[in-house]
Design a protein around this ligand. Sequence first.
Ligand SMILES: Cc1ncc(COP(=O)(O)O)c(C=O)c1O
Length: 304
Amino acid sequence: MAYAFFEGEIVPIEEAKVSVRTQALHYGTSCFAGIRGFWNEEQEQLFVFRILDHYERFLDSTKLLRMSLPYSAQDLADITLRLLRQEEYREDVYIRPLGYKASEGIGCQLHGLRDEVTIFADPYGQYMKSEGAHVTFSSWRRVDDNAIPPRGKIGGAYASSALIKSDAVLNGFDEALVLTADGHLAEGSAMNVFVVRRGVASTPLVTDNILEGVTRRTVIRLLQDELGMEPVERSIDRSEVYLADEVFFCGTGAQVVSVTHVDQRAIGSGQTGPITERMRVLHDDVVRGRCEPYRRWCTPVYDD
Ligand SMILES: Cc1ncc(COP(=O)(O)O)c(C=O)c1O
């Protein structure tokens, strides 16, 4: 049976309902996290990946929206684990915490409103195919830190992500790459991006209007510690993408996805490259709790 944490308690999901008058529904004054639980068949365990890192970023987003919630990252993690135990999932799940301006009525503002947090989890498989994505440069630009801060996962900003994603898919592509207003590479519609050229992996700076991705941080660490590379965080030009040997997306939803074509141009050989492939396999092992050095990132839901 499915449950949700809603207005301070765990209730059957059907009871977790808000009014059409809810402020967040009208103005996008919400923020969220996307966390994954990975089922490990051999260990019969559900591992939640980097749960505290996700909740720390979630609390940063609530801060940007002037929310006051009576929960620490650890409190939210504990609630999530309680919820998952009650649901008894034995498969991969996607956990969606949502903070929102819960007051009802007309008036676009952040202050003086009631804030709430809800959490639910759904069984979840692949967000997109993991190999050979054909993507396009979106004609939309990434939201700017001085408009809606992209380092927060703010509901309203995802109207932009939805424009980007739907235009790409309806035009026959799998995803899009998005540029900042000044023309530098930012990310995908809901995932960070790495570009590998002449043996060097680069990823856009956190000051280039990206979400500060947890997977991005994981990939940087794995590139350093497991592949002995020195990934560089810097501004990246559009033409560097066309000339790259490898391009890949990473994110909690997408995991690691190879981009083999951009706007009908082959990236490198037009096949998944060796660094991307290693990262894909390694990342999957890490999130499923199969790599001892990174086991501390994986929180078990059930008693060992
Ligand atoms: C805009 C955006 N960028 C990047 C990411 C990847 O972030 P993370 O790895 O923390 O899931 C996401 C996914 O949530 C996203 O929505």
